[in-house]
Design a protein around this ligand. Structure first.
Ligand SMILES: NC(=O)c1ccc[n+]([C@@H]2O[C@H](COP(=O)([O-])OP(=O)(O)OC[C@H]3O[C@@H](n4cnc5c(N)ncnc54)[C@H](OP(=O)(O)O)[C@@H]3O)[C@@H](O)[C@H]2O)c1
Length: 482
């Protein structure tokens, strides 16, 4: 059929094409538009990685592996047979369990796990790494991919991490700094024939970042509500400076086997990608912004990369053999190594060292502060726990009450259980001290001394009633026996 149609167009002319007149009329407008869209889409999709590498059995840690670019990287590596450890905020999460289950099914790879490492808290990062380093013998680790990030939309209030640091700086910079420096022994202990690659996601917005050595993590500066990307950019700039110096420290380390350093840390700029954080950023976190984003969807579809296109430079960083022959601390973009960076900080090694050391001190200080805070909160928590346990015991019907108050509480529990709403009190009237439910001789004597005759009579009559009751019950028992 298509052959017939093409032949008739060829022999009889284009007028045999249905609606040919309409096509002739609109084609001069429509064709250039479609061609421009095609060219733009092709241009914005970026470069595709062409390197391949066998990833079977390799072990990778990924932060931010549950969304956007990080999720795409995790999926690709799992498909290639690598073991994936997703570092997530929390692990007791139904959604996460289903996500991992689904990923295992789709990649036919059961070696996908999640570990709790909340980047909002330096303590959580330390807890995770301590657990990891505690493994004997040391676990295999072929690389760490740092994709997690927070980007706060415009006009939002300043948000902070558990340690009280501005959230973008805390999650994007401090937490990753802490994670990688704590993991240093695990990275260094890997055998010399293993390529250990660390990739850190960066962004062009680092050119907007500000570097102030007196206030590195924006503790004292005003939060720029109208330009929160300044902090996002600063966090990425700090990350790059850290990576450059950290690479030098790793290179300077002398291995016991005298083998050269097999760890490379590089930064990856994925370009502009359609991810949840990008959507939040464009829509400014508002419902109107979201509606506008959806209306303009065709535009974003053309101009922004898909997650898979955004992940290409990460694959280049993981697979390309060239990178292991270089010194690390490089910025990768569009599957290439960026020759030079616009900011002068990238060539200032002294400054990089200073930033590295200052951050180390800051983290130490923050960890101590948070430990004190945790201790305070723990005491509060413990008090609450104790109170709840006591209340539970008082209401427990299987435990014998030790006072009238306890008996009343148990009776009320029983009344609640069988639906009685009238709760008359057993407690003595105001001003009279409460006596034990089954007073012993000592208690009776003290009660006598305190309240004089009146109450004693009651007690005496109560105890005589009790003895009467016990005598009648013993009589009844004797009767039954006869
Ligand atoms: N998208 C772009 O256009 C673009 C451009 C340049 C650079 N980048 C960089 O590329 C990386 C990936 O970006 P993306 O857009 O794909 O991000 P995304 O889709 O927004 O995902 C961010 C990830 O970070 C995780 N995360 C956030 N806070 C965390 C915390 N406290 N603890 C643990 N995990 C946390 C999130 O986990 P939850 O799912 O639990 O929230 C999520 O998995 C980022 O570093 C970003 O800066 C992106």
């Amino acid at each position: 059929m298509p052959v017939d149609f093409v032949t008739s167009v060829f022999l009889d002319g284009p007028q045999v094409i249905p609606y040919w007149d309409r096509i002739k009329e609109y084609a001069p407008v429509v064709v250039p538009i479609l061609a421009s869209i095609g060219v733009a889409k092709y241009y914005f999709r970026g470069v595709t990685n062409t390197w391949e590498r066998d990833m079977h059995g390799k072990v990778y840690m990924i932060t931010g592996g549950t969304s956007g670019i990080g999720a795409t990287i995790a999926f690709e590596l799992a498909t290639k047979g690598a073991q994936i450890i997703l570092l997530t905020r929390k692990t007791r999460d139904l959604w996460l369990a289903e996500y991992i289950e689904d990923m295992r099914d789709r990649t036919s790879n059961p070696l996908i796990y999640a570990e709790e490492c909340d980047l909002n808290s330096l303590y959580s990062v330390r807890q995770f790494v301590t657990k990891w380093l505690d493994n004997v013998p040391p676990r295999r680790l072929d690389g760490v991919i740092c994709c997690a990030a927070e980007s706060i939309p415009r006009n939002s209030q300043r948000q902070i991490t558990i340690d009280g640091v501005e959230r973008q700086i805390g999650v994007n910079y401090l937490a990753h700094y802490h994670l990688l420096t704590l993991l240093q022994p695990s990275l260094q202990v890997q055998p010399p024939d293993r390529d250990v690659r660390v990739l850190i996601a960066t962004c062009s917005s680092q050119s907007l970042g500000e570097l102030d050595l007196q206030d590195l993590i924006w503790e004292n500066k005003r939060f720029p509500k109208e330009q929160p990307w300044k902090l996002y950019g600063s966090s990425k700039l700090l990350l790059c400076l850290f990576a450059k110096h950290f690479q030098k420290e790793l290179m300077a380390y002398e291995r016991k086997d005298q083998a050269p350093c097999n760890i490379r840390i590089n930064m990856v700029n994925p370009g502009l990608v359609r991810t949840p954080s990008m959507r939040r950023f464009i829509s400014m976190g508002t419902i109107w912004g979201l509606i506008l984003y959806l209306i303009m969807w065709p535009f974003w579809w053309i101009c922004l990369k898909s997650c898979s296109q955004g992940a290409q430079t990460f694959f280049f960083g993981l697979y390309s053999p060239i990178l292991m022959k270089m010194d690390g601390g490089l910025v990768l973009q569009e599957c290439k190594i960026l020759g030079s960076m616009a900011r002068k900080e990238y060539s200032d090694e002294e400054l990089q060292k200073e930033v590295f050391q200052k951050t180390q001190e800051l983290i130490k200080k923050l960890e101590v502060q948070s430990a004190v805070e945790r201790k305070k909160n723990k005491t509060k928590e413990e008090l609450e726990k104790e109170k709840n346990a006591k209340l539970k015991k008082e209401k427990d019907l299987s435990i014998q009450p030790r006072s009238t108050k306890e008996l009343e509480q148990k009776l009320n529990t029983l009344r609640d259980q069988i639906g009685i709403t009238n709760k008359s009190s057993l407690l003595p009237s105001d001003g009279v001290e409460e006596l034990p439910l089954f007073p012993d001789k000592e208690a009776l004597k003290t009660a006598k001394e305190i309240s004089g005759g009146g109450q004693n009579k009651e007690l005496n009559s109560a105890s005589s009633k009790k003895s009467n009751n016990s005598s009648t019950s013993s009589k009844q028992k004797n009767k039954k026996k006869t």
